[in-house]
Design a protein around this ligand. Structure first.
Ligand code: TYD
Length: 134
């Protein structure tokens, strides 16, 4: 089974352009408590490199693209987020890294909880150890 879980997102709209709606507990599998977005990203500068103990997130590039690498401590997979209707779920205890940002990238992230630095695991060896002991 793939680690990469795509959301079922419909693109609405007409000749005026596209419209995508994201709703709590409907096409988003949790109640959204926080929204953040990355802009002015640099092509050679990856980000992320952490897992969350409890947080669930949804990530989608609403503009441009980046290469999302995810890892459950056993398996690694990667996926290009390169269209606005390709959103993935990043579950808790999934190591994730974002690479190869295009300069026009806007990466939108919806999160199930408020920002809490205590929820982060930022050391890969610690992450793998915690997966083993789970
Ligand atoms: P960081 O975790 O380094 O970003 P990335 O995962 O993209 O590499 O976050 C950058 C800074 O922003 C860091 O000081 C934490 C802070 N931050 C918040 O204050 N609130 C938030 O919701 C997020 C995601 C980060």
């Amino acid at each position: 089974m793939s680690l990469i879980k795509f959301l079922d997102i419909k693109t609405l709209g007409d000749e005026r352009g596209h419209l995508i709606a994201l709703e709590n507990d409907k096409n988003i599998p949790f109640a959204i408590k926080r929204v953040y977005y990355l802009t002015d990203t640099q092509p050679g500068v990856p980000r992320g490199f952490h897992a969350h103990k409890e947080l669930t997130q949804v990530a989608v590039c609403v503009s441009g693209r980046c290469l999302m690498k995810i890892d459950d401590g056993h398996t690694q997979e990667e996926v290009w987020l390169d269209v606005p209707d390709k959103a993935i779920v990043i579950e808790k205890m999934i190591w994730h890294e974002m690479h190869e940002f295009s300069s026009d990238c806007v990466l939108l992230v919806l999160a199930s909880d408020f920002y809490d630095e205590q929820d982060y695991i930022r050391n890969y060896e610690v992450f793998v150890e915690q997966v083993k002991n789970a």
